[in-house]
Design a protein around this ligand. Structure first.
Ligand code: ATR
Length: 296
């Protein structure tokens, strides 16, 4: 296979601010290389007031597809010809595909998270789940938890109003779901105990992200004893203080980081842009490369 750039080479890209440490180019260019597609993926640092010009300019340049990341995932919705149902429900778009009538917007964070859980053998169906945090990142996670048919979902956030708003919104989006908003740790642990089952806890806050590697979204030890599974969406560091707290709380507990979610949201974007299916073996090869990249 020739992997040279020619006048026919297609372009994909990432719009974010900042993007300097993004590993998405590694994921997407590895996929292009695997499939022998004549495509390249670049990261573009786009300031918020330049988003409209960037999105429209990319369309004019016939860029095939874009990923969109922080802080543009909500704002980009104003520049789409079409938005898929999951993206509309989550209220955030992270993938744009060029179509004849304009950009079509998708959210691959949600399916990416579900495929990551599956790959790690974590099944939320019928389980009690706590989502920590109620910011932008929590929305795709909450949606994934509800798609997984979890039994009961607690949304815990230090600012109660945001948790309550999110619980009300997703209760109306997923009628029949059982979602409770909490912001006092004693109330959370009491409510968890009352369920008499172990919980899966998912951290969607930025607490513990580099360089604040000793931070945790919750400090209460009792909380961690009530969980048997921890999922962090953070992947820098690869083992967060939250993951450590879950694993140290009890024998048999396990915790995973957010690297597979990152990988599979990118994989799903690539599948949308190119109408292909990326097999697990291919994804896992890229995952090994990503782990090396981030460990070095
Ligand atoms: P994002 O879009 O990445 O989720 P965000 O919208 O700023 O970012 O939301 C960050 C989330 O992490 C919020 O739920 C925030 O709690 P507040 O709503 O109370 O601000 C939560 N968060 C951030 N740092 C935290 C910390 N050190 N401890 C607990 N929660 C934290």
């Amino acid at each position: 296979m020739s992997f040279e750039i020619t006048s026919r080479t297609g372009l994909l890209g990432l719009l974010g601010h900042p993007v300097g440490h993004s590993v998405s180019p590694f994921i997407q260019n590895s996929l292009a290389e695997h499939f022998g597609h004549d495509l390249r993926y670049l990261a573009y640092d786009v300031e918020p007031d330049a988003l409209e010009a960037a999105v429209k300019g990319a369309y004019a340049l016939k860029i095939r597809g874009l990923n969109v990341t922080v802080p543009h995932k909500q704002a980009v919705r104003a520049f789409l010809a079409y938005e898929d149902e999951a993206a509309a429900r989550i209220g955030a778009v992270n993938t744009l595909k060029r179509e004849a009538d304009g950009w079509h917007g998708y959210n691959t964070d949600m399916p990416g998270f579900l495929r990551a859980l599956k790959s790690d053998g974590i099944n939320l169906k019928g389980r009690n789940v706590v989502v920590l945090g109620a910011g932008g990142a929590a929305r795709a996670i909450v949606s994934a938890v509800l798609e997984s048919e979890a039994k009961k979902l607690f949304i815990y956030n230090r600012t109660y109003e945001k948790a309550a708003e999110m619980a009300a919104y997703f209760t109306s989006e997923y009628p029949g779901s059982c979602i409770v908003a909490l912001s006092a740790i004693d109330e959370l642990t009491a409510a968890m105990k009352a369920e008499e089952t172990q919980f899966a806890a998912i951290n969607t806050t930025s607490a513990g992200m580099y360089p604040n590697v000793d931070d945790k979204p919750v400090d209460d030890e009792e909380f961690y004893r009530l969980c048997d599974t921890g999922v962090d969406i953070i992947f820098n560091p690869l083992r967060t203080a939250f993951m450590k707290a879950v694993e140290d709380a009890k024998e048999g507990n396990r915790a995973v980081n957010g690297l597979k979610m990152l990988l599979f949201q990118g994989v799903r974007s690539y599948e949308i842009w190119n109408d292909v299916e990326v097999p697990d073996e291919v994804a896992m090869k890229i995952y090994a490369g990503l782990t090396d990249l981030l460990s070095s």
